[in-house]
Design a protein around this ligand. Sequence first.
Ligand code: ADP
Ligand code: ZN
Ligand code: ZN
Length: 743
Amino acid sequence: MKNLFADIIISNTNVDRPFTYIIPQSLGDSVSLGCPVLIELRRKVKKGYVINIRENTDLDISKLKPIIAVSERELSTDENLLQLAIWLKHRYGVSFAKAISTVMPVKSKAEEKLNNEIFLNIELDRIDSLKEELIKLRKTAWARLLEELKTKQSLPQSYVNKELKITSTVIRRMVEEGYISVGMKIKKNNPLQPVLRSLGIEKFTEIVKSKEYVLNEEQEIAINTFKSDFDNNKRFSYLLHGITGSGKTLVFINMIKYVIEKGFKAIVLIPEISLTYQTVFRMAEHFGDRVAIINSKLSKNERYYQFDRIKNDDADVIIGPRSAIFAPIKKLGLIVIDEEHDSAYKNENVPTFNVRDVAEKLAEITNASLLLASATPTPETYNRAVNGEIKLLKLKTRAKNTALPKVSIVDMRDELKRGNRSIFSEKLRTLIEDRLKKHEQVMLFMNRRGYSSFVSCRSCGEAIKCKHCDVSMTLHNTNRLVCHYCGYSIELPHICPNCGSRYIANFGTGTQKLEAMTREEFPDARVIRMDTDSTSKKNSVNDMIRSFAKGDADILIGTQMIVKGHDFSNVTLVGIMAADTSLYVSNYNSAQRTFELLTQAAGRAGRAKDGEAVIQTYKPENYAIVAAAAQDYKKYFENEIAYRKMVGYPPECHMLTVMFSSKRDMELNKCANEIVKKIKAISEFKKTVVIGPTEPSISRVKDYYRKLVYIKNVKYDILLDIQEKIEENLSLYKNVGAVYDFN
Ligand code: ADP
Ligand code: ZN
Ligand code: ZN
């Protein structure tokens, strides 16, 4: 019989290409595509993955080595994910090994947690007479254990030792007598259990279905469009654009149900932050224990068991953050990305993909549909819907018969003119007092997420901007302002360059300060604060949400953590303390983030009764703020797309951000400058815009200095070519590395 050959990607080597090995006949069928193998390379045993199997090779067979074995501990990847990995490699210019590792968030089987377990070894009907004998012999411990085992069949040894107070000597003696045996039992953790328990529920089956809603007309249309496409084997990408509270969740739940009916499975991606009990509860309501759930708080083993359930067809739907896209699912029918605009969908590590793009590719590979849902889709996505590249499904009314909240903008500069230096505008204070009197609830939102502080004038509202670019400058080391786009920097001024006022301030009020001020202003109100500092414990987000939903507090203060997805029926007022914060983040999508946050935050008000929202700002004329107050996505989008066209940012073009880093400042500068010069000189790259090298907001991390270069072109492939050129040149600088981010 002829030998077959396998191309193998070896983990932990610098050589980024497949190596060919012989598949020995002894391994035969056990070597398959995507399977983990052990091979020898330069006299060392290494791990690798099979990415191709073939009958012939041009290489000298006498020099090829055989595969040593198929690795038992590692998991294999399936063919679809392998294909996805190869796409990732080319799309983001990463190594094969990195790409494969990316599509395998769970790489090895769980270390099976083996617990000593005590099993009953005799027939049940012998127990009673045996017990009597034992008691006569004063062996009460023996009798006690048999009694317990009568109903349970087996018990963990730790329980027997600790709770039943039966010593290991007794256990050994009973084993010798043949009454019991000690074995191992694999402990499988169900990570859903803690979440369910926090709801006072022991099992999925106890979740009572809430009343079935009658779908409204818009919901019907969206669902039916999807169903008929699906039936006609048309697997499209869709944007489900529905205002806050329009019932998007119910729409995609129905789509998933349909897909399952047809024998397919689904992946639902949700931003980690909103993976709370509310989501779990709703999913469990509809899919019972056929859901698998992962989140970042799961241990490696717990994650493995969830993936394992998917692999074994024990679940139909997997819900999780970004990495759930790589679940080893068979017969994928639908991928849902809820809150598609969320920045958490971007992978910060290499490869820096947005999961939207990965999902779209996976949908193509597996012939599945893709649904992106949002009240505030990214301009990139909406633009594609406008161009007809993806199908638009719309929900324009709220599902329950409540109106959108009435939103008003308060110009904080006027407050200052009237002598009000408080963080609360007159209007917001009055409304809060009113709600407290009526025993309705209030949410106060403070966006503290800014990457670093900016400086603005409290009199005229202007933030200090770069002379050369249309971005605000960022405060560094408390006394310098730096432009993140061109590197221009100035000393922090004492008076406003725009109006001459001395009320120029570093904008840094955070949620903690807001909490203190709220307590001072409304001493009788019960206040809770929710942000990453106050919710670090495993279930505290759930606990806080639950307690606020129950009415244990009057005012909930928080960061963006509180604006996502929650459905509190007694909240009738939302206050947005400083709408501008995210506008000054020096990034081209700062207006988008602002619009998103304001719309989502305002959308928390009046979910069940009519509500109101107040936006406090120093920039009442900004288009993102005006459009958010009007809850007018279209208006926002038109402005945004015009702006992006004007300044040349995605989706107008593609952008590659290169971060160079090195422990050696001088070498880094030289390298970045030289490489930029070279790129600019290459004639094929003529139509490319190159900005930089410039300082990033954090110019040194862990002793590594960093420099940024932005490269823009309408053609994605050109950016890939440039990346390759940079890599080539980079090899001349031993101490400099580069990280690439494509947008
Ligand atoms: P979105 O995700 O679009 O903001 P949700 O899916 O959270 O909205 O729905 C908002 C509220 O409306 C939820 O409480 C949901 O149970 C309810 N809802 C959804 N569809 C209907 C319907 N057809 N009739 C009545 N209530 C509905
Ligand atoms: Zn000013
Ligand atoms: Zn600048």
